[in-house]
Design a protein around this ligand. Structure first.
Ligand code: 5RP
Length: 230
């Protein structure tokens, strides 16, 4: 059996190689990114490079602090040199479904502010069509839950409000909103669906990341596959 954590670590280590002295770096969220923060901490310790990180969630902010990596904000540094993030699915055109950790909105803002976006993942995240394996997360303002749900029902009937674990009721995002997970088995035109969902009043953002990624690094146990956008 493949050791997934080892694959994630291999991808994370390769991505951190791209980070250079004096850069402002966007840092995604999730378990693969936790490995990247660990590797970045080690790199800073061993090379003495100075960087500042912009986290995409409380999770990544707390981990960055744990590794003594300085944090800044997008308002202080609206253009980032590079961002590293994980994904739930990646298609052959480098389009993504993100938001498994409910951090999609800040991730999309920060990833889109970067001159270069590197996505790190293990083999299991590769799909032919987005939606093949995971539902699409959609962040919704709580008072609009019902009206947004009704609109999304016109596109798919497989909709679930994401429920919290070890907390009663729904997941509440870092922005104070709810997450709807909507299943669209094969998303043939992610660019149109991304726009269609985002014009629904009450939708804050959705997990389709279209035409944003520059490099995808797929980690295997002992090597990486580095795919660059042509
Ligand atoms: C969080 C995300 C994560 O990047 C995505 O869920 C992948 O997480 P992991 O690396 O734990 O598989 O989009 O909102």
């Amino acid at each position: 059996m493949v050791n997934k954590e080892k694959c994630k670590l291999t991808a994370a280590r390769a991505a951190v190689e791209y980070i250079k002295d004096n850069q402002i770096v966007g840092i995604g969220s999730g378990s693969t990114i936790a490995h990247a923060i660990h590797c970045l901490g080690e790199k800073i310790q061993s090379t003495g490079i100075k960087i500042m990180a912009v986290p995409t969630s409380y999770q990544s902010a707390m981990l960055l602090t744990e590794y003594n990596i300085p944090i800044t904000t997008l308002n202080e540094h609206p253009v980032l040199d590079i961002a590293i993030d994980g994904t739930d699915e990646v298609d052959p055109n480098f389009n993504l479904i993100k938001g498994g950790g409910a951090a999609l909105t800040q991730e999309k803002i920060i990833d889109s502010a970067a001159k270069k976006l590197i996505i790190i993942a293990d083999e299991s995240k590769k799909v032919k069509f987005l939606g093949e394996k995971t539902a699409l997360p959609i962040e919704v303002i709580p008072m609009a839950l019902k009206t947004v749900t009704n609109k999304i029902k016109e596109l798919t009937t497989e909709i679930k409000l994401r429920m919290a674990v070890k907390k009663l009721g729904p997941v509440v995002t870092d922005n104070g909103n709810f997450i709807i997970d909507a299943r669209f088995s094969k998303i043939k035109d992610p660019e149109s669906l991304e726009k269609e969902l985002n014009v629904i009043p009450g939708v804050v953002e959705n997990g389709l990341f279209v035409n944003m990624t520059d490099i995808v690094i797929i980690g295997q146990e002992d090597k990486v596959e580095i795919l660059e956008k042509k």
